[in-house]
Design a protein around this ligand. Sequence first.
Ligand SMILES: [Zn+2]
Ligand SMILES: [Zn+2]
Length: 277
Amino acid sequence: MTELYDLHCHSNASDGVLSPTELVQRAHQQGVTSLALTDHDTVAGLPEAQRCATLLGTKLIAGIELSTNWQNKCFHIVGLDIDPTYAPLAGATHKLQKTRLERAEKIALKLEKKRMPGAFEAVKNAAGEGMITRTHFAEFLISQNHVSTQQEAFDRYLAKGKAAYVSTSWAELEVAINWITGAGGIAVLAHPLRYKLTANWMKRLLTEFKAAGGQGMEVITSRMNADEIRMAADYASRFDLAGSVGSDFHNQANPYVELGRLAPLPKNIKPVWELFG
Ligand SMILES: [Zn+2]
Ligand SMILES: [Zn+2]
């Protein structure tokens, strides 16, 4: 059997739509042999995902995706092959849940002032036990016909500088990396080209990321063209970072993002899974 890796996806423990069981089943159907569940700021979906993965013979890699601050911008760091019971990480996710709840209240208040009431109850219901994310607000705005797509929800209300934007102090980049490496995991910079950094800023980011203990970056994500793959691979090899592959799958609605449907990692890049313990 050929190995197929997908090391970045979300369940309904954060802002994904599928339960951990449904997610692992779908990955299995798509031919994924190694799957990392990387919910935003929570490891709550992992036990259920592991039970299903064991039944199906899929290798599950325990993961998380942490929101971090660096230079007043938010960057996502994926932690792979972590020990989810590591106390400082567990403590951090607990605090992050509170941070997200407070942020949600503030966003809802701003929307209410713009005559869009009821957001807090709606997102809280939608998130259930899981983490509340801005995706939940985007879905709320769509359901109330204020916008027609998630992108529009961000562009008009939720993105930095827009009417319902609330700045949040996430963990500093270095602190988040320490939680991951302390938990025995590999810290991977998620979707590096999505931040739209200039080459100079990218160099600064990768230099600090590596100095803080970061070991990998996503070289392959969904919807990358050949030029983007070349650019990401070039950064990975210049900064001696292992390459990861991850779809960032959230739901079935987007036909361009599917579990396991990813370009192969370029041959000259060291695969991040060779670092797993
Ligand atoms: Zn992300
Ligand atoms: Zn993600």
